[in-house]
Design a protein around this ligand. Structure first.
Ligand SMILES: N[C@@H](CCC(=O)N[C@@H](CS)C(=O)NCC(=O)O)C(=O)O
Length: 208
């Protein structure tokens, strides 16, 4: 196994969390480099694209969260070997990326604009992506997004649903997933109850 160091911000979510989860579930040792917010301006220029996550593999680095998810998914046996199932896994991850980018664009807005844009996102694109991801889950059998078992796609969707339901996104109702995509919430619970996930969150002292 290569020597791994995963650098991401110091919170339990976001684009770096699925790779942390995948490595932890598989019991693959890695350096969990968590960047405190105040350190970021100093470290940002040394990253290839001015953003995180960054994965270091035997001293070489690679960026882009879904590429990192695929790479660690292969190491962790959480990425389908079948090309078609791999494409379905990628589809779910890229869909989460699409909607994440829309929400991320609201973070630095003035409060009144943030409120208006997030309310519009909740009623429009977020509801759309929730219902369409649910449809794709159901089309694949309803349990997991690819290959009939846990993959990095399930981890990425899990992290997104967890964020939405956390209530930490002002102006986006925390009960939105439960109201519009109950089967996606059931998937969230399924992933949360995976023994590897329970062990990870117990280790980090997180209730949910
Ligand atoms: N396409 C990139 C986007 C990376 C990205 O925007 N990361 C955010 C955190 S989730 C970041 O580094 N923000 C701080 C900044 O841009 O200064 C990926 O998928 O990894």
């Amino acid at each position: 196994m290569p020597k791994l160091k995963l650098t991401y911000f110091d919170f339990h979510g976001g684009r770096g969390e699925p790779a942390r989860l995948a490595l932890s579930i598989a019991g693959i040792p890695f350096e969990d480099d968590r960047v405190p917010g105040p350190d970021w301006p100093r470290r940002k220029p040394s990253t290839p694209f001015g953003s995180l996550p960054v994965l270091e593999v035997d001293g070489a680095i690679v960026t882009q969260s879904n590429g990192i998810n695929r790479y660690v998914g292969k190491l962790a046996d959480l990425y389908p070997s079948d090309p078609w199932q791999a494409a379905l896994c990628d589809e779910a991850m890229e869909a989460v990326e699409d909607i994440t980018s829309e929400v991320s664009a609201t973070f630095s807005l003035p409060e009144d604009q943030k409120k208006a844009q997030r309310q519009a996102l909740a009623d429009g694109p977020i509801t759309f992506f929730l219902t369409r991801l649910q449809q794709r889950l159901e089309a694949g059998g309803g349990q997991y997004f690819a290959g009939g078992r846990l993959s990095v796609a399930d981890l990425k969707v899990f992290v997104w649903i967890r964020h939405l339901r956390s209530g930490k996104l002002d102006y986006i109702p925390a009960d939105l997933p439960d109201r519009v995509a109950a089967k996606l919430v059931a998937h969230f619970e399924r992933v949360k109850n995976h023994p590897g996930m329970k062990a990870y969150y117990a280790k980090h002292g997180i209730a949910e």
